[in-house]
Every structure is written in structure tokens, then in C-alpha cells.
Design a protein around this ligand. Structure first.
Ligand SMILES: [Mn+2]
Length: 358
């Protein structure tokens, strides 16, 4: 049978009800500030995925057998960024409980994804009458629509692989932007574990350092702190969302992104993050995204590297589903990880303390 070009890896799509993972293309490009082209990221990743083997030698996952994948049609990127975020939130809400992996598009989309996957908007919807579109409620400062959120994000940790902190209060006058997305999520109560950051303003640095709910592992200290990074991942509990900005990787791995920065994560470190988070942490991963990929102008370029990264997220996720630690909390019979490697979030203050020694 000919491969299906609209399905990741070209495999026949599973029925939505029985899919083990759902892939959602988000060709959104509204607020990019330098290099353009990320709206073509999802299509390039799907195209390149047809060239990948369905077998993964590291996890022994064979996608031809399991997990069963379904790639959804891309979500429309029409209208403003606010429109897109609301649309994404609405779209993914019924997919809660599935493992959703979204393909960006710019990093702003993470806001809509987290909103839709983590919140139960029915709890607090209906407080505003502004014509902001579904999912948006009261205005903030009389102008900027702020989506109404339940308390769910207060218990959510976002693991962010990124060269940039994305903690600006506004970027080039924009409240909703790829450079403000993590600030907006923090404002909703999310905790943040950042890995690989190496580009941020003084005010973003102060914001990250000022609160106990953000832990940042800066790129220039990753080598010496790698064991602590992994311990922090291993110790995560509760609901976790993983966002991978491909610029978090070193440009020698993926240079095709709007705002590359030197000295990022190597491929092996990225795999460490996936393996520890998905097979050794007792957390519940509610979803993930791979964003900010810009197709190479001359294929194959690194389109296939980005596709492999997506495949690795799916493979490690499935490997974790088979591991004894995954699902702890839902399955009381599963053993807790050894106490010595458990890391409560409050200990992040210590990690950050390491990071502030310039
Ligand atoms: Mn980013």
C-alpha cells in the first residue's frame, strides 16, 4: 500500500478512539521576529517522515505495530494569533486523555495547547461577554483578551527545551507572541522547568530568578549540571507538558529555525531528557509539542532530523507506557523511584541558586 502523505511515517491512520498517540499539525506563523518559514514546519516534517524507518533501535518500538498513530488535519491558521490560540484550545480539549503531540508552527501555540489539554474551561467559562471567540473571557487592561483558565495549571509543570526563555512581558508590542508564551503560562500558574536557555533579556532573567515556580538550567552550565537536570526530570510528579523548541538543540543538530543560538543540547542530551522524563519519572505527561522548525531550503537538509525527533518523542512515550514507573499514581502497584533521586519542585530553588553564580 502506498504511504499516506498526510500521516506521520506514512502509516495507515488508527481510528481516533483507539489511537495511542495523536499528531496535530499547527502551521501557525503570526509573530515571528527574525527568520520566517515555520508555518511550513509541520508539512516538511510529515513529508520527511516518509523516509524514516518505522523501527527505532533505541526503544525497540516499531510503529508498524505499536503505538497506533493518527495524524489529524492541520488546524487553520487564519485570523490573529489570539484567534489561533482560541481555536487550538477548542480543538484539543476533546483530545484530553490521548497523548497529543503537536507540530509547530511558532512557539505561541503552546499556550493554546496547554490551555486545552490542562484546563477544564467549563468551570470558569461564561464570565465575559466580549466578542473574543470561544475560549476567551474577560479582557486584561481593557484590551488584551485573557483566556479564562481553571485551577488545573497550578498543578501543571511545563518542561521547556529552548534556547530562549520566552518570558518577555511583551515582545515588539505583542502580548501574545512566541517570545512571551512562557510568561503567559506562568501567569496562569504553571510551573516551569527550562533546559538549554541561552538567550534572554535582563528582565526575563530577573523574572525567572525571582519566583520559586521557575527553574532554569542555562546552556553554559549544562555539562556540569547534567546529573541535576536529569534528577529534576526524574523527580517530577503530577501533570507535565513537554514543549520542545527545536532551537533548544544545538544548531549543529538543527540549524533550520527562526532564531538559532550556539551551544544548545546535543542529540544525546535530548534523548536523555525524553528517556528520563518518559520512562523514569512518575509524572503524567499530558501532551507535547515540537515547534519553531523551519523547513530546509534544499531538502533533505534537516527536515528528516526534525522528523526523527518527533518519532523519538513518540517512541520514548510508548516505551514509558511499558515501563513499571510510568503511571505511578494511577496504578498503586507500581514502585516509587528510589528516594535519593526524587526531587521535589521546591528544591529547584537550589538548582537556580547554582545557575545564578555567573
Ligand atoms: Mn521558544
Amino acid at each position: 500500500m502506498a504511504p499516506d502523505p498526510n500521516q506521520f511515517l506514512g502509516l495507515p491512520p488508527a481510528e481516533l478512539e483507539c489511537a495511542d498517540a495523536v499528531i496535530l499539525p499547527l502551521p501557525v506563523e503570526k509573530t515571528v521576529s527574525y527568520g520566517t518559514g515555520t508555518s511550513g514546519g509541520p508539512r516538511a516534517i510529515l513529508d520527511a517522515s516518509l523516509q524514516l524507518e518505522t523501527f527505532d533501535e533505541e526503544t525497540l518500538v516499531d510503529f508498524a505495530a505499536a503505538p497506533r498513530l493518527r495524524t489529524l488535519p492541520p488546524i487553520s491558521a487564519e485570523g490573529s494569533i489570539e484567534d489561533c490560540l482560541g481555536r487550538i484550545q477548542q480543538h484539543v480539549r476533546p483530545l484530553r486523555g490521548k497523548f497529543l503531540l503537536a507540530l509547530g508552527g511558532e512557539h505561541s501555540v503552546t499556550y493554546g495547547l496547554v490551555m486545552g489539554l490542562a484546563a477544564d474551561p467549563a468551570e470558569k467559562m461564561g464570565t465575559g461577554s466580549e466578542p473574543m471567540g470561544e475560549g476567551f473571557g474577560l479582557s486584561h487592561s481593557g484590551e488584551v483578551p485573557v483566556p479564562i483558565f481553571s485551577d488545573a495549571p497550578a498543578h501543571l509543570t511545563i518542561v521547556q527545551i529552548d534556547a530562549h526563555a520566552d518570558l518577555a512581558d511583551d515582545l515588539q508590542g505583542r502580548h501574545w507572541s512566541h517570545g512571551t508564551v512562557m510568561r503567559r503560562l506562568c501567569e496562569q500558574g504553571c510551573r516551569l522547568l527550562q533546559i538549554g536557555v541561552r538567550s534572554l533579556t535582563r528582565s526575563e532573567y530577573d523574572f525567572a530568578t525571582g519566583g520559586p515556580r521557575i527553574a532554569t538550567f542555562y546552556a553554559h552550565r549544562l555539562a556540569e549540571q547534567w546529573a541535576e537536570v536529569l534528577a529534576a526530570l526524574r523527580g517530577l510528579e503530577g501533570d507535565v507538558y513537554l514543549t520542545i523548541d527545536v532551537d533548544g538543540l544545538d544548531p549543529s543538530v538543527i540549524p533550520s529555525t527562526g532564531t538559532p543560538q550556539p551551544n544548545g543540547l546535543c542529540w544525546g542530551q535530548m534523548m536523555d531528557v525524553l528517556r528520563i522524563l518518559m520512562t523514569e519519572s512518575p509524572c503524567r505527561l499530558i501532551g507535547a509539542d515540537v515547534v519553531e522548525f523551519v523547513p530546509s531550503p534544499t531538502p533533505p537538509g534537516c527536515d528528516i532530523i526534525a522528523a526523527r525527533l518527533v518519532a523519538k518523542v513518540l517512541a520514548w512515550r510508548w516505551a514509558g507506557k511499558r515501563s513499571p514507573i510510568c503511571g505511578r499514581g494511577r496504578d498503586a502497584g507500581c514502585p516509587a523511584p528510589p528516594a535519593r533521586i526524587r526531587t521535589e519542585f521546591r528544591e529547584f530553588r537550589e538548582f537556580r541558586g547554582h545557575n545564578t553564580e555567573l
